[in-house]
Design a protein around this ligand. Structure first.
Ligand SMILES: Cc1cc2nc3c(=O)[nH]c(=O)nc-3n(C[C@H](O)[C@H](O)[C@H](O)COP(=O)(O)OP(=O)(O)OC[C@H]3O[C@@H](n4cnc5c(N)ncnc54)[C@H](O)[C@@H]3O)c2cc1C
Length: 290
């Protein structure tokens, strides 16, 4: 039976990362709490019933946004609103703050965090698609220290990631998008929830007017998001004409032979959206690269 009250749980407020990691290791059935915008609704519906919550909100520095070796490092507790408004992020990889600014509504953006979003790995989430397209890295920290996980390896399926029990996402690092490189993310969202039904992220590098590399990633049609390699390859070597992009977008379906459908949108409709959005994302990425 559904209820709007979560089952009983202990609540811990660690003041350091070490303390949080110890708690997650020592307290049975404990779970990290970030913005709570995915976990708390699940607890209220009793889809999740952790015995204890370890609130990451009081750990200093976990929300920092900074440049790192020319790339962008975003602390796990950075909210979507903080990322959206970060001058550092806008300067290094503007598609990231753009993505953050279009997540949910103001309340969701003020509470939801990048760490929570990637750890939750919702098939309707925006960050996973963009992070895969940009070749980002997720830093996970546990009792054995830190490890770097490529976004390609991190996202494994619906609500499934490469995180080991007791490990926390501590930051996300995105390589810079230098001059001559254009990145774009476009999506079709559900009109009521705002969640993405399908999203497409494109990254294009141009030299002498033609694309020397291209990457296209589609989210919401499969889980995890998938690289549409044949479509991206099809625009390589050219200037990104409307005809070439339209032909490339047709190849998106090669990457999604088994599109998943649900009550919101059939697999067939999602595949259609993926092609339309792929063309838009590639067009925008070419414009930005030029
Ligand atoms: C109405 C609504 C609309 C939304 N629309 C969108 C949308 O358009 N696009 C989109 O991408 N998202 C959307 N979201 C989801 C939103 O972005 C959430 O904030 C996000 O999915 C989870 O982040 P959180 O900080 O709230 O995490 P929480 O809810 O606190 O945690 C989510 C899960 O991640 C785990 N976790 C949290 N932080 C960490 C960490 N650092 N390390 C390891 N595990 C961790 C928790 O234990 C939990 O299992 C929406 C949510 C709502 C309620």
């Amino acid at each position: 039976m559904y209820t709007m009250r979560p089952a009983e749980f202990e609540y811990h407020q660690p003041r350091s990362l070490d303390e949080a990691i110890s708690l997650l290791g020592d307290v049975d059935d404990s779970r990290p709490l970030a913005g709570g915008h995915s976990l708390l609704p699940m607890m209220k519906l009793r889809l999740a019933m952790p015995a204890a919550l370890v609130d990451l909100g009081r750990i200093p520095g976990l929300d920092e946004i900074s440049s790192s070796n020319g790339g962008l490092r975003i602390g796990a507790m950075a909210t979507h609103a903080a990322v959206a408004g970060s001058e550092v992020a806008i300067g290094i990889a503007p598609v990231i703050p753009e993505t953050a600014a279009a997540i949910g509504d103001l309340q969701v953006r003020n509470c939801g965090t990048i760490g929570g979003s990637v750890a939750h790995a919702d098939p309707g989430a925006d960050y996973p698609t963009v992070l895969k397209a940009l070749g980002a890295t997720i830093t996970a920290t546990g009792k054995n220290g830190e490890r770097e996980i490529a976004a390609d390896d991190f996202f494994r399926g619906i609500f499934e990631t490469a995180l080991e029990p007791g490990e926390l996402v501590t930051s996300v690092t995105v390589p810079a998008t230098p001059a001559g490189t254009g990145a774009a993310y476009v999506k079709h969202r559900h009109p009521a929830s705002g969640y993405t039904i399908v999203g497409a992220a494109a990254l294009v590098e141009i030299e002498g007017g033609n694309a020397t590399s291209a990457r296209l990633t589609i989210g919401g049609v499969t889980s995890p998001p998938v690289h549409a390699t044949a479509a991206a390859d099809a625009v390589k070597g050219g200037p990104g004409s409307a005809e070439a992009i339209a032909a490339a977008a047709e190849k998106v379906s090669e990457a999604i032979p088994e599109a998943s459908g649900d009550a919101y949108a059939s697999g067939e409709y999602r595949t259609h959206l993926a092609k339309v959005l792929a063309a838009r994302a590639l067009t925008k990425a070419f414009e930005r690269a030029g």
